[in-house]
Design a protein around this ligand. Sequence first.
Ligand code: PMP
Length: 455
Amino acid sequence: TNDVGEKVSKEELLEKDRKYVWHHMSPHNENPMIIESGEGSWVQDIDGNRYLDGMSGLWCVNVGHGRKEIAEAAAAQMMKIAYSTLVQSHIPAIELAAKLNEWLDGEYRIFYSNSGSDANEVAFKIARQYHHQNGKPTKHKFISRHRAYHGNSMGALGATGQAQRKLKYEPLGVGFQHVPPPYCYRCPFGQTKGACKFQCAQAIEDAIVWEGPDSVAGIILEPTITGGGMIVPPDEYLPMVRRICDKYDVLLIVDEVICGFGRSGEKFGHQNYGVKPDIVTMAKGLTSAYSPLSATAVSAELYESFKEKQAESHFRHVNTFGGNPVSCAVALKNIDILEKENLIERSSHIGKEMMRRLESLLDHPHVGDIRAFGSAIGIELVEDQKTKVPATAERVMTIIASCKQRGLLIGKNGDTVPGFANILTLSPPFSTSDDEVAFITDTLVEVFALNNGKG
Ligand code: PMP
């Protein structure tokens, strides 16, 4: 039914969709699924077909669909006050900033925005201004990694290390230098996992040295590269990067847009490695995507230099919707659910269980590697296990379509050759039961069994 209660046919909706909606990423999707409702780990389309949402939307609906208590928290806040700027303050923004400080190890000031991209833009501007007013005005560059994704806006896309997303939109924000990622399965330095000298971390130091330490403001990284192909670093990597940052007065910006809020099996991904970032950016799981909200958490030490009374040291950045009271109330309720239902431990359990149940796939001729960070999993598809030639697009699409036919939605990502994603991704809601985990893994095992030929 439409908003005036009339019945609308699927054909009518599709016709309007084709005529008026510009889809993200896939403009030629002539026959999109029209999702109508969701409950727990499942979504339902307008034909009544149910699918297990194996990607939590876009790695974001961490607490699962259909949470009435979140809807009620949003409605209650809307009735009180739906909007107030953060030039002043309001209760949900204050309570949420305090709660995020409980979740982060250390003291941070919280700057609110609307999306992950926004949160990263804020991080870049704060980092540059910080160095500027700290007597090092030439520090302006950022180091990032090939394959990383940090957002769609000109700065965040500049930080992104994937050519296929950047071509046609260049020039982007300037000053972003990329280094090879800690990709042990395809080590960019030709090394073997467990027997290397962490040249991937050394590459960051080399980049800083050769760009000139006086020109480098920060490094931005995800604890594990997620959208760029589930690239899980060795345990030593992040602590090494932290030490390099300290040596050259370079800020460590950790992008927790996907890894945060339990996905990694800890509250934040970096907590798995015992490092303390200077800036943490977050979005997605902050509200489980029930309402748009992001945040840039800035360490209290950094914030010191923005506290002066003179206007020159103010952070001249405002956005209308950032820290919207309804979104902050939603985030508070979302975090409350994560805590009360022990969903972070649940995420860790789901990840381990999926890995255990998928282990047999490692023998499949087209599976090169399976990697997990908490409950985010990547299955790297190859044409041949020995040569590691990436699987063809056709093979990847066949597996995704077969899963969908059986009621399981999964993702693909991490182009090994730019423009060509060969890594299947899973990132289910933490509400997923053990039976549903079995459904995910059994479906995958069955679909792979049907696709084990050479053709
Ligand atoms: N950083 C990371 C690691 C992301 O995965 C994304 C989005 N997938 C972003 C930033 C950008 O977030 P948004 O789409 O909300 O702008």
